[in-house]
Design a protein around this ligand. Sequence first.
Ligand code: FRU
Length: 491
Amino acid sequence: ETRTPGFANPTTHSQRAFSPYAEFTSRWTRADAMQIKAMSDPTAPSRQSSLPARYTMPAIPQSFPDTNKRVWVWDTWTLTDARSNQISYRGWEVIFSLVADRDAGYSFDERHTHARIGYFYRKAGVPASQRPANGGWKYGGHLVPDGASAQIFTDKSFSSQTEWSGSTRIFTGGKVQLFYTDVAFYRNADGTDRKPYDPRITTSLGKIHADARGVWFTGFGKHKQLLVPDGNYYQDNQQNPYVNFRDPFTFTDPRHPGKTFMVFEGNTAVQRGDRACTGADLGYDPRDPYKESLQTVMDDGAQYQMGNIGLAVADNKSLTKWHFLAPLLSANCVTDQMERPQIYISGGKYYLFTISHRSTYAHGLDGPDGVYGFVGKGVRSDFEPLNRGSGLALGNPTNLNFAPGTPYAPDYNQSPYAYQSYSHYVQPGGLVESFIDSIGTPDSFRRGGSLAPTVKLKISGATTAVDRTYGHRGLGAYGDIPANRTTPINY
Ligand code: FRU
């Protein structure tokens, strides 16, 4: 018997913990991810979501306020300590965002080759109801001096060089360490690659300053490359010119005192297109009547989607030397991108949250843009995908019965909210921040580039649910990204 008529059962995962240094990589299998289709309502009509409300972010009004008039804002993170607490500094809350100038002559969709890390601040301790509708974040400018992030690339013939996501840690004395993705593109005038793009995990040190009027930073002039893909655990740009390697997030684990770890987005290290998926990646019980055949799945091209979530460990106290450990999770023949991963420790459990797109699923699978989550008993575990074994934690309202469309060209029948937000980050207490991408139907849609309303997830055991009593029917204030600590601890 299967749980949902017509669908195979998910894979059994024990949640068992392994040493972070072990050669064990857990799998988000096709059988697991297939549960998202299994829970989608096949009769949901045009423009309605087909997904359970429990796992769906409430719809964001198209009348959202801009976070800032000068810059678009997307991926956003906080000033954190080693345990992902959000630290206010001398009475100020601080966030970091990828930003791009709104008036520089390129479109919102072209922002990725122009991204810079910007910072914003606002007074701490003010209730959301007393803040401006857009969250009241003051833009402080770029964090890294112009040109400084280019220094790690010896081949300076790039067509553009840009700063992608990461994380920012605060230490005593106002010392701030940035971990981010330093990226060089080598493109011809027609947009084709002259040489594959080159993403590298990089660090830089600076200092935070504050007075009664605001926050500013100094430093961040020296940049040090930490990690490039090794082609063994993590696919490199020779194996695949479209490789995903980015979004470092550092943390300490109470079970491994004195060590600092990093999770990041990677790909399984095979030659692009190799028929490299296995029966274990599919994850079906051999007796399951609805199992798929490996042959068919790969004849259909699912092996082009080989996402993983990487793990690295620091070799020194100053976090300037790192080495790779085996990937924590792979999604071979499932999805190509598991972005901005984070470890979230709560109730004695280790949650691995990541964001992913409808467009990066492998052939035969489907799911919304949003947050996916996995739970285990340690940083490295046989992770169980949350919520009926599926992995879906917080999706945009999406109708899987209709074509996806795109943020710049919505599909006529698709939910107007299918691309409402992305790049979610789970904060202490289950608060989730993200940015607005695109809201509306083909005849009337509005692009974002602003912070989305914060929502709240109730997280317990192997389940999550959107808290619809939070804010207004589940939608909190725009850009509500509060600090939960005034001083750094645990580093
Ligand atoms: C997520 C993401 C990140 C990357 C950034 C680039 O929105 O794809 O993985 O760092 O956007 O803009």
